[in-house]
Design a protein around this ligand. Structure first.
Ligand SMILES: C[S@@+](CC[C@H](N)C(=O)[O-])C[C@H]1O[C@@H](n2cnc3c(N)ncnc32)[C@H](O)[C@@H]1O
Length: 208
């Protein structure tokens, strides 16, 4: 961690929500009942801050376990004077399972989740059943899950898991087109440098 990230990590308590293991009242934690988007594994948080800055009428919760990234995002939130982002430092599966109620999350963003390319590590991939079902259960009607990856086998597996989860439908039938509002991330650049193809998955809660 750089000095600035360390200071932001230590002092940015107003941006952090402690892990409690019980359902949180996000409207009171944000001070308003605006729709809540959850970003899982935000890394250095560049996309988080940019999307939050472009959408002040929405709230954003970033879940991450990487301390330097948390410090960097808090530093960025301070720099931009953003008040619509909060962070929980914890495993996302635990947070969603225990701190979020069914039917309350407007959207999930997962940008370049760890691909775990080795076969013996595939079970560590986040986006597979039953996690896809947990995501689906937490969405509001009309809410969406947006995942992007540069790892083709993971893209195929996640497309199937998300398109097939109960209550979700895929308006694109297969992979989605890119959305111009999504900022490029560090891991996207790394993938593109290796000539990886970037795959976008976008599914919606509700009937087609
Ligand atoms: C490959 S990086 C992508 C970071 C960023 N989204 C990007 O596109 O540059 C994956 C991130 O997910 C985080 N992560 C992995 N598993 C997680 C989990 N179970 N809960 C929360 N964060 C997780 C890692 O710490 C890492 O920062």
């Amino acid at each position: 961690m750089s000095r600035a990230q360390e200071r932001s990590y230590e002092e940015g308590t107003r941006f952090r929500i402690p892990y409690t293991g019980v359902p949180a009242d996000f409207a009171s934690l944000f001070g308003n009942p605006r729709p809540l988007t959850v970003e899982i594994g935000f890394g250095m948080g560049t996309a988080t801050a940019e999307i939050a800055a472009a959408n002040p009428e929405k709230n954003y919760l970033g879940i991450e376990v990487f301390k330097a990234g948390i410090g960097k995002l808090i530093w960025e939130l301070e720099r931009r004077s953003l008040s619509n982002v909060r962070i929980i430092e914890r495993d996302a599966a635990e947070v969603l399972e225990t701190m979020t109620a069914p039917g309350t999350i407007a959207a999930f963003h997962l940008f370049f989740p760890d691909p775990w390319p080795k076969k013996r590590h595939h079970k560590r991939r986040l986006v597979q059943r039953p996690f896809a079902e947990t995501l689906a259960s937490r969405l509001t009607a009309g809410g969406y899950i947006y995942m992007v990856t540069d790892w083709e086998p993971y893209a195929a597996e996640a497309l199937e898991a998300l398109s097939g989860a109960p209550g979700l439908f895929n308006p694109y039938g297969g992979f989605a087109p890119g959305f111009s509002w999504r900022p490029q991330t560090k891991f996207e650049r790394k993938g593109l440098d290796k000539d990886h193809r970037v795959r976008e998955i976008y599914v919606v809660k509700g009937a087609p």
